[in-house]
Design a protein around this ligand. Structure first.
Ligand code: 3HC
Ligand code: NAI
Length: 708
C-alpha cells in the first residue's frame, strides 16, 4: 500500500490514516491509497467499521492544487478522478466514520461526505472553498452537501467559499458528533457504537432537497448576491447552477453536470489567475537570499511616532494583534486628535458588529499615549509616521538612534523618501527598514516592506513574519521612488487623466476600469485619497520633469479650484452628504477648456482603449521595476496590486493579466501608444525582450531563479 495512507487496527475497528504533509492534499497516491484501504477493510472479517483520519495538523485540505496546472497544460491526463473513489467509500459494506480536525476543505469535505458518518474536533472546520480558486467542487460536493446541510446552506458554502466551524456544522447536519478530547479515541468509540447498524449513504438522502417553490427564491437571491459581491466571476454562478442540478436531477446526472461545469471553470483564465494568486500569496513570504533559519527578533512591544492618519491606524494594527504600543505625538492637541480618531474608528467597528466593546476596551488599554521619547528604550520596534519630509524624518531617526536599545527595529512609513538616506542619519543603518502601510492602515491588507542597502536580514525576516501576525500580506520591495505600488500607480493615473483630456468623460474612464474589475475607477480613487497629496508632490518634484514630455494638467486645475476630492466635497466629482459621487458639468467645462488651450484634439474613446491605456501603463512600469530588481518576482507586483490597489483577483494582478493577454500583443499595443503619444510610452526593455522571445513574466521569474 502507498506510504501516503496507512491502515492499522484497534481491535474490531480499522483506522485509515492519511499521511501527506503538510495538509494531506489528495495528491497522486492518496486516493489510490484510500481505495486500497477500503478494499482491505472489506476483505478483513475481523473489522466491523473503519475510521479515516488525517495525521499531522489537518484532515484532507482538498485536491492537490498543483495538479490543476498539470491538467490544464495537458501534463496530467488522468484528471482529479475522485468520483469513483467516493462511490466506493459510500458503498463500503463496513461503515466508514470520517474523523475531522483542522480543515476538511474542497475534495477533503467531499471525501468526508462520502463516509457514512462524520465526527470532528471542536476546532475542526469544513468548507468548499473552490470558488476562491475560480472552480467549483468537482467530486460531488455540490450534490452531497445539499443532501446533508440543506439547499440554502449548500448554496452559501459552495458559492461563497467560506468555511463552517464544527459546532455549526453539527447543527446543520454536516457533522454527526463533535468530539471533545482525543479525536481518534472518540471516533473509534463512535465507530463501535454504529458498527452493525444500517449505514446511511449521503447520495441517497433526499429529504433536505426541498421543493421547486422553496428553492427558487434561494437560487435567485444567491445569484443576485454573487453578481454583486463576486462581480464578473464565473465560478460562484456555476456553483449555484450545480447545486440547482442537485435539486432537479438524480444524483448521477447531477454529478455529470457538476463535472461539466467544473471543467469549464478549471480551463478558464479566471481559475488560472486565482490559482496563481493562491501560490503567489505564499511565495511572496519567501525571500531567496534570506533563509528560513534567519533569526527572528522578538517584537513584544512597539512605539509609533506620529498619531495622524497613518500613525493612528498603525497603532490600531499592533493593538489588534495584542502588541502594546506607545503612541508619540509632537503636542497635546495632535495627540488628543489622534486618540479621538482611534476611539471613533473602534466605536464604528463595535456599531457594525465587527468587534465587541470588551475587545475594543482591551485594545485601547494597549495604546499608551505620550509626548516624549522617555519609554522608547524598552520597545523592540518603532514605526515612524510623521509628516513626509526628509529633514523631519532625519531628525526623528537621529533621536530614535539615541534613545532606542541596540537590536530594536527602526521602521519608517514613508511613501516616497529614500530609506538609505533616512538610515544614514543613524549609527545603525542595519536596523532601519521601510514598513509602508496603506490607508486606512487598520483595514488595508498590503504592507510593502522596503529593504535598504544596509538593512539586516534578521530585520527583514522579522518584518516579513510580523506582517502575518498583523493580518497583513507583507511584500518585500526595493528602495526606489514610490517603491513598487505607487511607482506603478503614477503612470496608471496619469493615463486616466490624459484620456479625459483627450475627450473621454470622467465617468466613462472610471466605468471602463470598474467594469474591467477594479474596485474603483482611477479618478474616483484620486478623490478618495485626496488630490492635494499628488499636487503637492508634483510641485515639489517639478524640477525633475523632463522638458517636452507631456504632463497631465486636469488634476492641478481641480486643486487650484480647491477641489481636493471627497474631503472638500468636490474633486473629479461632486459629493453629497453621504459621499455619493455625482458627475459635475463644471469639471467637464474645466477639462475641455484646458484641452482647448493646450491644443489637444478631442475624439471618441472606446472603453477598450481606456482599459488598455491604463492597465498597460501599469504593466510597462511593472516590467521596468522587475528588470531593475525592485520587485523580486512578477507575482510580488501582482500581490501588491490585489491587496493595495483593488485589482481584481480573478485577473491575477497586472503582470499575470499581461501574461494571459500575451506579451507580444501587449508589447505591440504599447509600441502603437508610443507612436501616438510619445515618450511616456517608451516600451520597457524587459517587455520588449520577453515579447520577442515569446516568453512570459512567469518565464522571467524562472530564468532569474535558475541563474541565482
Ligand atoms: N494543494 C496543494 N498544496 C497546498 C494545498 C492544496 N490543496 N493546500 C495548501 N497547500 C500548500 C501551500 O501551498 C503551502 O505550501 P508551501 O509551504 O510550499 O508554501 C503549504 O501547503 C502550507 O499551506 P499554508 O501556508 O496555506 O498553511 P496554513 O496552515 O496557513 O493553511 C489551509 C492551511 C487552510 C489548508 C490553506 O493552505 C488552504 O486554504 N489551502 C487550500 C484549500 C483548498 O482550497 N482546498 C480546495 C482545493 S480544490 C478541490 O479540492 C477541488 C475538488 O472539489 C475536486
Ligand atoms: P498626517 O499629517 O496625518 O500625520 C502626521 C503626524 O505626525 C501629525 O499628527 C504630526 O503632529 C505628527 N508629528 C510631526 N512631527 C512629529 C514628531 N517629531 N513627533 C511626533 N509626532 C510628530 O500624515 P499621514 O498621512 O499620517 O502620513 C504620515 C506618513 O505616512 C508620511 O510619511 C506619509 O508619506 C506616509 N503615508 C501616508 C499615507 C496616506 O494615505 N496618508 C499612505 C502611506 C504612507
Amino acid at each position: 500500500m502507498s506510504n501516503l495512507v496507512q491502515v492499522s487496527k484497534n481491535n474490531d475497528i480499522a483506522v485509515i490514516t492519511i499521511n501527506n504533509p503538510p495538509v494531506n492534499a489528495l495528491s497522486p497516491g492518496v486516493p489510490e491509497g484510500i481505495s486500497e484501504a477500503i478494499d482491505q477493510i472489506n476483505a478483513d472479517n475481523s473489522v466491523r467499521a473503519a475510521v479515516v483520519i488525517g495525521s499531522g495538523r489537518t484532515f484532507i485540505a482538498g485536491a492537490d492544487i498543483k495538479e490543476f496546472e498539470k491538467i490544464t497544460s495537458g501534463q496530467n491526463q488522468r484528471g482529479v478522478g475522485l468520483l469513483p473513489l467516493l462511490l466506493k467509500i459510500e458503498d463500503s459494506r463496513k461503515p466508514v466514520v470520517m474523523a475531522i480536525h483542522g480543515t476538511a476543505f474542497g475534495g477533503g469535505l467531499e471525501v468526508a461526505m462520502a463516509g457514512h458518518y462524520r465526527v470532528a474536533s471542536p476546532d475542526g472546520q469544513v468548507g468548499q472553498p473552490e470558488v476562491k480558486l475560480g472552480i467549483i467542487p468537482g467530486a460531488g460536493g455540490t450534490q452531497r452537501l445539499p443532501r446533508l446541510a440543506g439547499v440554502a446552506k449548500a448554496v452559501e458554502m459552495c458559492a461563497g467559499g467560506n468555511p463552517v466551524k464544527a459546532p455549526e456544522a453539527a447543527k446543520i447536519g454536516i457533522i454527526d458528533r463533535v468530539i471533545e478530547g482525543d479525536l481518534l479515541s472518540g471516533a473509534v468509540a463512535f465507530a463501535r457504537e454504529i458498527a452493525g447498524k444500517a449505514a446511511p449513504k449521503t447520495r441517497e438522502r433526499n429529504e433536505k432537497l426541498g421543493t421547486a417553490e422553496q428553492n427558487q427564491p434561494i437560487f435567485t437571491a444567491a445569484r443576485e448576491n454573487a453578481s454583486k459581491k463576486q462581480r464578473n466571476m464565473m465560478a460562484p454562478q456555476a456553483a449555484i447552477h450545480a447545486v440547482e442540478y442537485a435539486t432537479r436531477l438524480p444524483f448521477d446526472q447531477g454529478c455529470e453536470m457538476e463535472a461539466r461545469l467544473f471543467k469549464e471553470c478549471l480551463f478558464s483564465d479566471q481559475s488560472k489567475a486565482l490559482i496563481h494568486v493562491f501560490f503567489g500569496e505564499r511565495e511572496v513570504a519567501k525571500v531567496p537570499d534570506i533563509p528560513k533559519e534567519t533569526p527572528i527578533i522578538p517584537v513584544n512591544s512597539v512605539a509609533v511616532v506620529g498619531a495622524g492618519t497613518m500613525g493612528g491606524g498603525i497603532a490600531m494594527v499592533f493593538a489588534n494583534a495584542g502588541i502594546p504600543v506607545l503612541l508619540k505625538e509632537a503636542d497635546q492637541a495632535a495627540l488628543d486628535r489622534g486618540l479621538a480618531t482611534i476611539q471613533k474608528n473602534y466605536a464604528n467597528s463595535v456599531k457594525r458588529g465587527r468587534f465587541t466593546q470588551e475587545y475594543v476596551d482591551q485594545r485601547l488599554k494597549l495604546i499608551k499615549p505620550t509626548l516624549s521619547y522617555d519609554d522608547f528604550g524598552n520597545v523592540d520596534m518603532v514605526v515612524e509616521a510623521v509628516f513626509e519630509g526628509m529633514a523631519l524624518k532625519k531628525e526623528v531617526f537621529k533621536e530614535l538612534d539615541r534613545v532606542c536599545k541596540q537590536g530594536a527595529i527602526l521602521a519608517s512609513n514613508t511613501s516616497t523618501l529614500n530609506i538609505d538616506e533616512i538610515a544614514a542619519s543613524t549609527s545603525r543603518p542595519q536596523a532601519v527598514i521601510g514598513t509602508h502601510f496603506f490607508s486606512p492602515a487598520n483595514v488595508m491588507r498590503l504592507l510593502e516592506i522596503v529593504r535598504g542597502k544596509a538593512t539586516g536580514k534578521d530585520v527583514i525576516a522579522t518584518c516579513m513574519q510580523l506582517s502575518k501576525k498583523l493580518g497583513k500580506v507583507g511584500v518585500l520591495v526595493g528602495n526606489c521612488r514610490g517603491f513598487v505600488g505607487n511607482r506603478m500607480f503614477h503612470p496608471y493615473r496619469r493615463e486616466a487623466q490624459f484620456l479625459v483630456e483627450e475627450g473621454a468623460t470622467v465617468e466613462a474612464v472610471d466605468k471602463a476600469l470598474y467594469d474591467f474589475g477594479m474596485a474603483m475607477g482611477p479618478l474616483a480613487t484620486g478623490d478618495l485619497a485626496g488630490l492635494d497629496v499628488g499636487w503637492r508632490i508634483r510641485k515639489e518634484y517639478r524640477h525633475l520633469e523632463k522638458p517636452g514630455v507631456r504632463q497631465p494638467m486636469a488634476e492641478d486645475r481641480l486643486c487650484e479650484q480647491g477641489r481636493y476630492g471627497q474631503k472638500t466635497g468636490a474633486g473629479w466629482y461632486k459629493y453629497d452628504e453621504n459621499r455619493r459621487a455625482i458627475p459635475d458639468p463644471e469639471v467637464e467645462r474645466l477639462v475641455r477648456q484646458g484641452a482647448a488651450e493646450a491644443n489637444i484634439p478631442q475624439r471618441q474613446i472606446s472603453a477598450q482603449e481606456i482599459v488598455d491605456r491604463c492597465i498597460y501603463a501599469l504593466v510597462n512600469e511593472g516590467a521596468r521595476i522587475l528588470e531593475e530588481g525592485f520587485a523580486l518576482r512578477s507575482i510580488d507586483i501582482d500581490i501588491i496590486y490585489l491587496n493595495g490597489y483593488g485589482f481584481p483577483a480573478y485577473r491575477g494582478g497586472p503582470m499575470k493579466y499581461a501574461d494571459t493577454v500575451g506579451l507580444k500583443k501587449v508589447y505591440e499595443q504599447i509600441q502603437e501608444f508610443h507612436r501616438q503619444h510619445g515618450e511616456t510610452w517608451e516600451p520597457a526593455p524587459l517587455l520588449k525582450r520577453l515579447a520577442e522571445e515569446s516568453k512570459t513574466f512567469a518565464d522571467f521569474n524562472k530564468e532569474k531563479s535558475a541563474s541565482a
